[in-house]
Design a protein around this ligand. Sequence first.
Ligand code: CAA
Ligand code: FAD
Length: 379
Amino acid sequence: MNFDYTEEHLAVRDAAREFAQTELLPGVIDRDTEAKFPHEQIKKMGELGFMGMMVDPKYNGGGMDTVSYVLAMEEISKIDASASVSMSVNNSLVCWGLEKYGTEAQKEKYLKPLATGEIIGAFCLSEPEAGSDATSQKTEAVKDGDHYILNGTKNWITNGSTASVYLVIAQTDPAKGHKGISAFIVEKGWDGFVIGKKEDKLGIRGSDTHSLMFTDVKVPVENRIGEEGFGFNFAMETLNGGRIGIAAQALGIASGAYELALAYSKERKAFGKPISQHQAIQFKLADMATSIEAARLLVIKSAWLKDQGKDYSHASAMAKLYASQVAMEVTVEAVQVHGGYGYVKEYHVERLMRDAKITQIYEGTSEIQKIVISRGILR
Ligand code: CAA
Ligand code: FAD
């Protein structure tokens, strides 16, 4: 057993840390306040190879392992979780799904520019009445010669207005239930595809979350991913890896808040000494550091399992469940360590606390992770 990172892992982590400090930190408070998408920063992340990290270099990707990816996700998320959710969706939901299950033509046309971040992608499963209950898809795609006619509404789509390519899950044979669901690649700008209003959110306010409406959108048959009826399994397989990315995001939010609390506790004086010398604060820091380390082990283990070609579906659900809980607990305590200063934007921890909450909701709520884990245990 070896807990050491390789030199490549450390180089990726350091590059992500440097980028986050120099390019994401300035302006992160304004982007949060104004709910402004980090366009320029995401473009630079593409140029640095962060948008298609695990994609094979023959499709313009970085050819890196999942451990490198989670190390980069942690560093970016410490500073800007709105940027890191775009990174996570593009890498682990869109690029991974296309590389694993797409045709060569789909990879040539869509994966190559997605892997460099020249364009970004979105993953569209959730609907107004199908969130956790994802098999209840109402969006329908009806075959008509060499096209499908797509109708329906998707909700809460990350990269909703910024994406150029959308992986859309839809019913093609309602009589077959989830075995009648298929997956399609849809391009922005196609007739009948309308991007709805941007959501005004509690956290990850820089991320552009939109509803999407499809009215008689013609989708060529060659844009179906895999066979007809494979769409639900495609979504589930893709989300197994996506959950590693979100677990790493939660870990980053927690460790970012902890680092700020630790530094502040050494500077702030009360009753004649730094607050870090009061045992109540020391114990908070000890609890934070311990739970972050435990979350990190689960996140790295799930990434390692994926890299080894082993089953990671339950490990990724455990990592997301636990890391997101740690993100909530640690960020609340980080605000507490900062006292009144923690409650204002300038000190960053209130944003991290608001950002933490989403990690317990998207890519499967904590309750859904428990369903996935318990089914694995009881199988
Ligand atoms: N890995 C692989 N396959 C899985 C799976 C997993 N983790 N979970 C379910 N499946 C498969 C099952 O094996 C089954 O396949 P077969 O019929 O071929 O055997 C099929 O999916 C249906 O499974 P169930 O019978 O268990 O279906 P269910 O309706 O009882 O439960 C669920 C399914 C696990 C609750 C699923 O609906 C789910 O994961 N819901 C959460 C949806 C979700 O995570 N949405 C995220 C949207 S994307 C997003 O959020 C992005 C973002 O924010 C940035
Ligand atoms: P519901 O499914 O209605 O759940 C409501 C509550 O009931 C939750 O607490 C849930 O855990 C609980 N619950 C439901 N069923 C059960 C059960 N069987 N047992 C126990 N408890 C249960 N989706 C995408 O497809 N693509 C995206 O890019 C995307 N980005 C998102 C970005 C943001 C900011 C947000 C808020 C959401 C995003 N989502 C995206 C949607 C997200 O995945 C869903 O919100 C999530 O899966 C929950 O679905 P829901 O909101 O319909 O809640």
